[in-house]
Design a binder for this molecule. Sequence first.
Ligand code: CA
Ligand code: CA
Length: 359
Amino acid sequence: MKKLSLALATLFISSIACAQNNIIDTSSWSVGNGNVTGFYKFGTDAENVREVGVGPHGNSEVLWKAAPDAGNDADGGWDTSYHVIDPSKDYRFSVWIKKTNSNDGSTLFGLHAFDVNETATSRQLDGTSIVSPYFYWGDLPQLDTWYLLVGYVYGHAHTGQTNQGGIYDTNGVKVAGLTDFKMSTNTNWLIHRTYLYQDTNTLDSQFFSKPTLYEVNGQEPSIDDLVNPGGSGGGSTVWTANGTDINYSGGNVGIGTSSPDEALTVKGKIHAEEVRVDLSVPAPDYVFEKDYPLLALDDIRQFIATYGHLPNIPSANEMEEGGVELGTMEMKLLEKIEELTLYILQLEERIQQLENPQN
Ligand SMILES: [Ca+2]
Ligand SMILES: [Ca+2]
């Protein structure tokens, strides 16, 4: 079973813990540099690197890395494309960020709220207009540590003055408060943006993971869901992402069985367009070599009379007990077919001699 190389698209186990989709789609995050669909780089191509690394939940995934140059300027991150929203509703932004090496430069997390003419329509909670709002501008509490940054943008009629946004550690503890904003009646688009800014230490990196934008309507994942997506929702954290592939190397996988005895054990039928088996036994071209010990037909007759099956083929009992290994059995059958071909050629030779004895 373990030698089966199967393409089982249905093996992907998705975790559907909430009824609302993330408005931001990161499926475009291929390994590489610069812009991808839905994300416009902040800084140069070289400062915006997507690479496989270990994310905030301990799984390998494609991370967006800000790799700053020596200039005192933009050093990596993104503005997303424009997302049409309802300005009477509340929205929640989030992103995971980890800074390494030094606290040179600043970590920025913010938004843009635009009207249909791309004019800024963001307001502070007291109603004052603000052109370039940031939930956060500063240094994260600690280096080499993932934090979840969360910011809220409320509907235009919102009157509360309390900030709900915050920085959360990987245990879900809120370690700092962030600044919330609200929209105007004519807000049409929201943009998620997060940066590394004015970092002149080229040994620094800032990693971003899992940006989200959700309407706050009770259907969005909770902060706990964002911190620990495999927790209460019953998730898929045992699977590791590698680009668009997922894998698991912690043990055997059973489908329809809780005691898999091979890398993939299926109690049931497998329906596939093709199955490819890597050969662990030599293909039997050796049958056609000159010194191959082809049994005489009398010996074959004797063997069958004694054992009840062909030489070098398992008995029915053995196959019932141990199963049939496709690769090995295919090669044994091919060996028998090649032997049959040799017997037929010998017979053909004898017939020709009988028909034409003068030859
Ligand atoms: Ca720089
Ligand atoms: Ca730069």
